[in-house]
Ligand binder design. Structure first.
Ligand SMILES: Cc1cc2nc3c(=O)[nH]c(=O)nc-3n(C[C@H](O)[C@H](O)[C@H](O)COP(=O)(O)OP(=O)(O)OC[C@H]3O[C@@H](n4cnc5c(N)ncnc54)[C@H](O)[C@@H]3O)c2cc1C
Length: 392
């Protein structure tokens, strides 16, 4: 058991990166994850320079470089006509402008790399198969929580508790915030295609974004380009309970049947689809309570229309370890400073993602204005405020 550890609830991208960032400053932690093992659905994630830079600083660059793909450009097209609406250079252009790559990666790969690093650290203890169920004491000197497993309950005491337990955060509820995320009336279909099954004449080395009425489609390479990750987001008032479930390909194909033949072929190339219901919530006003603090989706879930939710969780981990490194004996001040630093940026990104969703799905005639504006827009400049971010 590490000495005077910080407790972390949740072993997603946010929790794992936080444990590593704390280890980096010599701060021990116990990472408590409710799942018994981490098995990510077959889907990808984009790691923009603001996030990849931090992962590289944590020493994960070489491991990541072996499994990532690095798309050469983002190309935005009209879902109906196939007309090019805009593009943004990625690849080398990102590296030279921001000093860090724009990577795309399989979620299982990034989780495995984070988890391997966590397992290799003397500063981190992993506690899988345990749910953070109650905060029993949150005093001026320590925090005691109750963790439930299938067979028992146990009490764990630490210097502080970081709630990195996702959009449905129980830690936030235990802090006294009863609000729940709301169904955003959109669902995300996620599919994976082996490169050999991807239409040979469709670019495989770029991120493709197709915009249409009430829906959009994204595809990008992952795992050294051996697979193409597809995400199709459709408006859908019918939420079904459950986090992820199998999707019927014919339903999706019908939804996109009137789209440009290239978008249709991209969709038809994936056989298996998983559906995620998209949830949203306004920014939380309270992030800290004494020795407890929220991080990642628990504090500020981001709709996936800007590919920034995971990146923000990674940024959070970095900032939190910075503020703690200044006075590790006084987590309350460090947490307050962290919340102060992070609230504005995360709210701005949450709002920008929401806005992107509205813009992406505009219907005629409003889409005409969007297409015109997009074709005149310098996308790299437009998104620079996101990618160039560094902790001050
Ligand atoms: C379709 C889609 C595409 C996306 N694409 C991108 C992208 O390209 N780039 C990007 O940066 N982001 C993307 N995101 C967002 C990103 O996936 C999330 O923002 C990110 O995973 C949040 O990480 P987290 O660690 O904060 O939360 P989570 O990943 O939700 O992790 C929370 C963890 O806490 C555990 N947990 C929950 N409750 C408890 C408890 N009481 N006790 C113990 N453990 C608990 C859970 O089991 C889970 O492992 C996308 C999201 C979606 C839906």
């Amino acid at each position: 058991m590490p000495d005077n550890p910080i407790l972390i609830a949740g072993g997603g991208i946010g929790g794992l990166t936080t444990a590593l960032a704390l280890a980096h400053i010599g701060q021990p932690s116990i990472l408590i994850e409710q799942r018994t093992r981490i098995d990510e659905v077959g889907a990808g994630i984009q790691l923009s320079p603001n996030a990849s830079r931090i992962l590289m600083e944590l020493g994960l660059g070489p491991a990541l470089a072996k499994v990532v793909a690095e798309p050469q450009r983002l190309k935005i097209r009209s879902g109906k006509s196939g007309k090019r609406l805009g593009s943004m250079p990625l690849g080398e252009a990102m590296q030279s402008r921001y000093g860090a790559p724009y990577w795309t990666i399989h979620r299982a790969d990034v989780q495995t790399i984070l988890l391997d690093a966590v397992r290799g650290s003397d500063h981190i203890r992993l506690a899988f198969g345990r749910t953070v169920a109650a905060i029993e004491d949150n005093s001026t000197s320590s925090v005691t929580i109750r963790c439930d497993s299938q067979s028992a309950s146990e009490r764990v005491t630490g210097k502080a508790l970081i709630g990195a337990d996702g959009i449905w955060s129980n830690v936030a509820r235990l802090m006294g915030d009863p609000s729940k995320p709301e169904f955003h009336r959109h669902i995300a279909w996620r599919g994976l295609v082996a490169k050999k099954d991807w239409p040979a004449d469709l670019a495989a080395d770029e991120t493709g974004l197709w915009l249409g009425p009430g829906a959009h489609l994204v595809h990008y390479p992952i795992r050294r380009g051996e697979f193409i990750n597809l995400v199709a987001v459709t408006s859908d008032p019918d939420n079904q309970p459950g986090w992820s479930r199998a999707g019927e390909p014919s339903v999706l194909q019908k939804r996109f049947a009137s789209w440009h033949p290239d978008a249709v072929r991209a969709i038809k190339s994936a056989q298996d689809w998983t559906i995620w219901s998209l949830y949203d919530r306004p920014p939380r006003t309270t992030w800290t309570d004494n020795r407890v603090v929220l991080l990642g989706d628990a504090a500020h879930p981001v709709l996936p229309f800007l590919a920034q939710g995971g990146a923000l969780a990674i940024e959070d981990a970095h900032v939190l370890s910075n503020t703690l490194s200044q006075d590790a004996d006084n987590p309350m001040d460090a947490f307050a400073a962290y919340a102060e630093i992070r609230k504005q940026r995360s709210a701005k990104i949450q709002a920008a993602a929401r806005r992107n969703g509205d813009i992406y799905h505009l219907r005629w005639p409003f889409s005409i204005g969007r297409d015109l504006a997009m074709s005149r827009m310098e996308l790299t400049d437009h998104y620079s405020w996101i990618y160039e971010w560094r902790a001050s």
